[in-house]
Design a protein around this ligand. Structure first.
Ligand SMILES: Cc1cc2nc3c(=O)[nH]c(=O)nc-3n(C[C@H](O)[C@H](O)[C@H](O)COP(=O)(O)OP(=O)(O)OC[C@H]3O[C@@H](n4cnc5c(N)ncnc54)[C@H](O)[C@@H]3O)c2cc1C
Length: 438
């Protein structure tokens, strides 16, 4: 009778980010010897800035539909089902990090991503992990006995957890992809996603600093490819905010392919197209009622919708509306000029119809205003990488099909999720799967 003894392994993990730390935890649980190599002088430089420093680590609705991936939906689905939101919450709890949920987004109770990272590192150190900082690997060799040679040290298992290319200042500069290629892997073309998008500088000068609630549509060559609703932000250089980040996942490739890419912003999403006339007539009526003796009043389009939007954005829209009117072919000699603008748009009983008409036209205009996208803000400003190591080259355990005892996890793989905790969830799910399997 032979007795099978599970040999405890000597495991090297490259990258002390979210995925690497989780994999280390579960590999230690199996009684292995674990060394984490990190190029920075602290762990989780990116993890520390997630969720605006609050660490939105997962979401109420974790399922494969929130992820993009080169292939194999079934595999991602099974990983997320086995190691999903509940397992991540339980893991953090076990590490002394209780959490709470708000609007479907999960955060640590402390709402401090830095403290979460420090606690994870403390737990790993207590469990016996060695974490070595300032170790930047660009080449890893294989010994003749199929073990891995890291600067002369011998490891049975190698886990690559180097992240993608997003936010390279945090350490993930794509060098992990080079390591994966050296072990025979294919890395699909990558793009920055969850990234601000660039629009004309002249426009941004007028509206920089504006924050406005809207429904945003991503449009490529005239076709709506994605939409999302929430707060939009304009900066000196780009249009940003969670809806833009979400939509950027469907646009960056098209931007790089020089397609016609636009973001349409509907700043009155609760007024349906068929309700526009009613909306305008009610506003016009209220305007009239609030005037002296309900009699003839003066007022302009400018005053009619005042107070609904941030002033800066409203003035910008009015100017754009006038420009649009001016560029229209003039029919029956009717033109619309800046100079005439206040005169012709008087709200009074006599001209009620004309203001209603331009009011209706204006509301339709602002519900469909499109920004031409001139570029994206690059990996430096992105939260995630689209593309990566092909899943088709990985076994169900995330062991490499190309090199035995090599595992790849987290953002290095060709999997990316929406904003809202999906990427940290993937880092956890893939890290736990591998940590348990080694
Ligand atoms: C600003 C920002 C906010 C974000 N907010 C959220 C959020 O709220 N929720 C969410 O789910 N996701 C968020 N993300 C995305 C999420 O942080 C990443 O998807 C996730 O951290 C990826 O984990 P990872 O372990 O695969 O890679 P990383 O976290 O990038 O870790 C990789 C580690 O490997 C190290 N490394 C790389 N190459 C080498 C090498 N050659 N040698 C040695 N070490 C190396 C790096 O220094 C790094 O520490 C955010 C990202 C950014 C940039």
């Amino acid at each position: 009778m032979s007795i099978v003894v599970n040999k405890k392994k000597n495991i090297a993990i490259i990258g002390a980010g979210a995925a690497g730390l989780v994999a280390a935890f579960y590999a230690l649980e199996g009684g292995n010897s674990v060394t984490v190599f990190e190029k920075n002088d602290i762990a989780g430089k990116k993890l520390r800035i997630t969720g605006n420093g609050r660490c939105n680590f997962t979401n109420e609705d974790i399922n494969v539909s929130h992820y993009a991936h080169g292939s194999d939906t079934g595999f991602i689905d099974s990983v997320l089902k086995k190691n999903g939101k509940d397992e991540l919450i339980a893991f953090l709890d076990l590490c002394g990090i209780p959490s709470f949920q708000k609007n479907g987004y999960y955060y640590p109770l402390s709402e401090r991503a830095g403290e979460v990272t420090d606690l994870l590192v403390n737990v790993l150190t207590r469990k016996g992990a060695k974490i070595r900082f300032g170790e930047d690997f660009h080449e890893i060799l294989r010994n003749t006995d199929a073990t891995f040679n890291l600067n002369g040290e011998k490891y049975d298992v190698l886990i690559l957890a180097c992240g993608g290319k997003a936010a390279p200042a945090t350490g993930s500069d794509g060098s992990g992809f080079k390591l994966a290629r050296s072990f025979g892997h294919t890395v699909s073309f990558t793009y920055p996603v969850l990234v601000p998008l660039k629009v004309d500088q002249k426009i941004l000068k007028e509206i920089s600093g504006v924050r406005i609630k809207a429904k945003a549509y991503g449009i490529v060559d005239g076709e709506i490819v994605s939409s999302d609703r929430g707060e939009i932000q304009f900066t000196d250089t780009a249009i940003s905010g969670i809806p833009v980040f979400q939509i950027s996942r469907h646009l960056t490739k098209a931007i790089e392919e020089k397609k016609d890419v636009r973001i349409r912003l509907d700043v009155l999403p609760d007024v349906a197209s068929e309700q526009v006339e009613e909306f305008v007539s009610k506003r016009t009526e209220n305007y009239r009622k609030n005037s002296l003796n309900n009699m003839a009043v003066t007022g302009s389009l400018k005053e009619l919708f005042e107070g609904i939007f941030p002033k800066k954005y409203y003035e910008f829209l009015l100017n754009q509306f006038i420009l649009m009117q001016r560029s229209k072919p003039q029919i029956n000699n009717q033109s619309y000029s800046l100079e005439d603008y206040n005169k012709t748009e008087q709200v009074n009983t006599a001209k009620k119809e004309s203001v209603s008409e331009s009011g209706i036209e204006f509301v339709r205009f602002i519900k469909n205003f499109e920004f031409i996208i001139t570029g994206h803000a690059g990996y430096e400003n992105a939260q995630c990488t689209r593309g990566g190591v092909l899943l088709s080259e990985m076994k169900d355990t995330l062991e490499s099909e190309k090199t035995p005892n090599l595992y790849i996890i987290g953002e290095m793989l060709d999997v990316d999720g929406e904003c809202g905790g999906y990427n940290l969830q993937w880092a956890f799910s893939s890290g736990k799967l591998v940590g348990e399997n080694v």
